[in-house]
Design a protein around this ligand. Structure first.
Ligand code: SF4
Length: 335
């Protein structure tokens, strides 16, 4: 059988534009292991007319209108189609109404354990929290721990600290001799993070320690964890805190406060702009905010070089940043 697996969140041709889609790689590997002929990648209709079956995997909801157009074309060719991915779970009805196809909901057991050489791996699924800005519980409603996960440099677990201690030890033991830096990309939950975790994960060559300061409720834990990091000689070069911005109800002042707090604590903030789980484009602006404020805040806090060299009041995107002392310029390259 000839199978095409389309990464519907593959954005452009430049390497920096490409969005890695683990689902695409796993489905491709599943079919390769069965001896099928596989195409996996972006939508290239001229090359795909002879395929027997199509999968469309979509990560972001704003990629759905284009994906729907492609699915309709493939249906007109009379081909079998399956649709999945996080955005297909969030916008199930939207897709069904427009294509007549029932997308796969949540994780797909057929592909969850396919061994392979991937860029990203999940050792666990689920998260015990249910933050109003997050879709993890829709895609991963059950807490699962895997002991057969493929090894990769990037770990996608949404809340690895919510797993058992035995599981976390297993993960570290499996990764400790895996080549290169390890990126626990969703980070560590400050509510759960203790000295034992710091000691355990210090065995890995972490790309950086990632945490989140998404709302004021976790401020006390943020202060505690930042102090623990500092006491162990770790600063903004090693520790990043994701900070949600632009969620309805948040104010500009509160978002500044959280990111300025991270800077004052000697750590690196990373603003994460809120997008509703049903956004069909990237134009959402919460009440009380402007697009300019969200854009400027993202630009300002995303780059240490900028917030180290310019005040927020003085900052204009695109304006020439004044010269910074030599050692700061070097630090910027490391960040
Ligand atoms: S803690 Fe993180 S993964 Fe869990 S629900 Fe909140 S944002 Fe989502």
């Amino acid at each position: 059988m000839k199978v095409a697996i389309i990464n519907s969140s593959y954005q452009g041709m430049r390497p920096a534009d490409r969005i890695y889609n683990l689902g695409v790689d796993k489905i491709a590997q599943y079919h390769r292991l069965r001896g099928d002929e596989v195409y996996a990648g972006p939508w290239v209709p001229m090359m795909l007319g002879l395929m027997d079956k199509f999968y469309f995997s979509v990560i972001f909801t704003w990629d759905l209108p284009e994906m729907v157009r492609q699915v309709r074309m493939v249906r007109d060719w009379g081909k079998e189609v399956e649709i999945g991915g996080p955005a297909a779970t969030f916008m199930h009805t939207y897709i069904h109404k427009r294509t007549g196809i029932e997308p796969h909901y949540g994780l797909d057991d057929r592909f969850e354990h396919v061994p392979g050489d991937y860029c990203l791996t999940f050792t666990s699924r689920g998260c015990p929290h249910n933050c109003p800005f997050c879709g993890v519980n829709k895609v991963e409603p059950a807490a699962l721990e895997y002991d057969d996960f493929s090894l990769a440099n990037m770990i996608g677990d949404n809340n690895i600290l919510a797993t058992s201690w035995a599981h976390q030890e297993l993960v570290v033991n499996k990764l400790v001799n895996f080549g290169g830096e390890i990126d626990i990309n969703s980070g560590f939950d400050v509510r759960f993070f203790q000295e034992d975790h710091r000691r355990l994960y210090s065995k890995l060559k972490l790309q950086c320690w990632r945490f989140a300061f998404d709302s004021m409720e976790v401020e006390e834990d943020v202060l505690r964890v930042a102090a623990m990091m500092r006491a162990n000689g770790l600063d903004r070069h090693h520790v990043t805190f994701y900070c949600l911005i632009g969620f309805p109800g948040q104010t500009l002042e509160e978002c500044h406060y959280r990111m300025q707090t991270i800077i004052r604590l000697g750590m690196n903030p990373y603003p994460m702009r809120f997008w509703p789980l049903n956004s069909l484009n990237r134009k959402y602006v919460a009440p009380g905010w402007t697009e300019g404020e969200l854009y400027n805040m993202s630009m300002y806090y995303q780059t240490p070089y900028i917030w180290m060299s310019d005040s927020w009041e003085n900052f204009k995107p695109g304006k020439k940043i004044r010269a910074v002392p030599h050692e700061q310029a070097i630090l910027k390259e490391e960040s």
